[in-house]
Every structure is written in C-alpha cells, then in structure tokens.
Design a protein around this ligand. Structure first.
Ligand SMILES: [Zn+2]
Length: 75
C-alpha cells in the first residue's frame, strides 16, 4: 500500500553537477504530481489564468481543489 515504484529525482549535491537518483514514489506522491500537472497544463495554456484572472476561471478552480485534496490525502 502506498509504494508503487520508483522515479528519478534530481539531487542537488551542493557542488559539482548534482546527480539523478532513484527514489521511491508513493501513490499519494503520484496523485499529487498528476493533479499538479493537470493544473499546470491548464494554467500555462489558459488566457484567463495567464492574465492573472485565475479567480474568474471556472476550469482552474476544480483542478486546484483536486491538487490540494491530493496533498491533504498524503498527510
Ligand atoms: Zn484558466
């Protein structure tokens, strides 16, 4: 439960080029990332959201709410 695989994550080592490490990813992490991507995809393509008028966008609100809900589930 919760652990479903690995992902590659960038690791800042503080000096040198850093490193890509394999990190365990939980299902909650994946749900958060998936929700965040949907929100980001919309926000980068929606004229209203790009205009800073996200409060008036009826599409972005549910996406953002889903993202926040996924974060809460991960706690
Ligand atoms: Zn929008």
């Amino acid at each position: 439960m919760g652990e479903s695989g690995y992902t590659e994550r960038w690791l800042e080592t503080g000096s040198g080029p850093g490193a890509v490490v394999r990190a365990r990813v939980t299902q909650a992490d994946q749900a958060i990332q998936a929700a965040y991507r949907k929100w980001l995809d919309h926000a980068t393509e929606c004229p209203s959201c790009q205009d800073g008028a996200a409060r008036e966008c009826t599409v972005v609100q549910p996406l953002w709410d889903a993202y926040r809900a996924a974060q809460r589930e991960a706690l």
